[in-house]
Design a protein around this ligand. Sequence first.
Ligand code: NDP
Length: 605
Amino acid sequence: MSEAVSEKPKFDKEALRRKYREERDKRIRPDGNDQYVEIKDQLAHYLEDPYVPRTERDPVTDHVTFAFIGGGFSGLVTGARLAEQGINDVRILEKGGDFGGTWYWNRYPGAMCDTAALIYLPLLEETGHMPSKKYVYAPEILEQCQRIGEQYNLYDNALFHTQVKELKWDEDASVWRITTDRGDDFTARFVGMGTGPLHVPKLPGIAGIESFKGHSFHTSRWDYDYTGGNPEGAPLDKLGDKRVAIIGTGATAVQCIAPLAEGAKDLYVCQRTPSSVDARNNHDIDAKWFEDIATPGWQMRWIENFTANQTGQPADVDLVQDGWTDISKRVRARIGQLSKEEMTVQNMMAAYEDSDLEKMEEIRARCNEIVEDPDTADHLKAWYQQLCKRPCFHDEYLPAYNQPSCHLIDTDGQGVERITEKGVVVAGKEYEVDCIIYASGFEVGTPYDRRSGYDTIGKDGLKLSDYWADGMRTMHGVHINGFPNMFIVQATQGANLISNYPHNLTECGNSIGIMVKHALDHGFNEIEVSREAEDAWIKLLLQAPPMMIGTTECTPGYYNNEGHGWDEGVTGAVSYPHGPVAYFNYLHEWRNSGNFEGIEFRKTN
Ligand code: NDP
């Protein structure tokens, strides 16, 4: 009895709900995703690569067994799995100057991964690398990418600073023809695409953005020549006499604001919506401890344990114990308090809400505990459910506001009003600055061919952009009818596990390695999912319960199409209905049975 009383929420639920609604409503804009501008024409310089100089080379005009578009985790794990199957004739094409994908581009100061390195970094067991910390910084992640590239000889055939122009199925020869912006024109028996969900930087469509006369760049193209310092954490020593504005307070800004506040004479943080920032609690990994846990099969055990804990599935132990598993364990504990009779969907949702309100109250209290100025602390509080936006975890972000150099310019949900020759205008007041840094994120929800920079032409001249005009259609998120010998490596229409994205990619890579080997061993030169199997998969996905994230109840952001929600029908078919653990189990059986149900293997010539 007393236990039940002590579990009662200690806050005014109705008042909080009202506050959440008010804060959301004032941020909804009719232009939704169109508020952002595509980076092109006179803005194209924001896309230039500041990291690796482009070198000239001759075009390639040969044939390979497997071409993969994208040199991030997707291309690397798939290339590694193909190499393990004895397929070494793999060419990775990458628009950056090296492997790494996201971690090639995002070298901003303080960049790190919010997911524990032991489960996030791909192929740790295969490469024998021990992460230095529980959460590692970007340079170590980039090094792991390069390590994989070297170990599996993926550098030999790779084409960097190369943008695919077109991918076209050659029906007579059963091969893909690939052309690029470097004049390459070659064929591949199979292709993979891992162009990533968040890789095209976007700028806010703020009036006057082109008029600024000072220096400016996007966080994913950090200009260390201007700021001083380096990705390894050296101080930004060229900013000592500079006034800097940063636009955005998402997961990226939360990581780079502390070093900026440390380095700049004045830092103006232009905030539209505060992020929820919980504790990080990072620590070094002890080599002896690691030796004990790193027994054969350790990484997959850790990955699967995290996925089970994070998605509310039974697990004896929580190996990772981080903010992600904490969210899930709290919800489960609350639901566990319901009696059998009380176990209705409504009560479960109410238990989820209670758990979330309690967590968010803690996170808001953290602002007051850490930030000395009470007004600044109040403006840093996030008024929405934790999964409405990307949850952040950081121990230096909030203390940065105690530095005299760091000024929070809260825009009350309205964003920066204008950019002038001299700086930024918020609520009618101009802040003169030397530099503007755009921490404004990446394109989401724009057409896939705009983001990837090319269209894919399958059987009978069918364009993928047309095939997907009413929404993505695949089986497993990987196979598309009408596009033989092609695999997409990503999470949507599969497990869709966002807390540890590489788990999705590794599983895709595992399937592709086995399927290509099967085709080559048996002399099949075409692999294609049948239309019936693709339809059945979409039908299955549509049975999934509504997503917890991405609802229009949430404050606007890229999770919910800037507050406008996602269309229903095929577009809503995003996740396997029984959850990530069940999906990975299913996929494991599917590929290891040797039947590959739904896929046709053909000999055509
Ligand atoms: P986000 O899209 O999350 O954030 C963009 C920011 O720009 C938001 O704060 C947004 O405000 C703000 N903004 C947009 N327009 C304006 C405007 N007109 N005036 C003022 N502010 C504006 O981009 P990020 O680069 O921060 O993060 C992208 C994703 O990258 C993350 O969600 C995460 O998935 C990933 N990431 C992962 C990390 C990891 O640890 N694994 C680390 C860093 C990033 P508003 O919120 O109001 O829209």
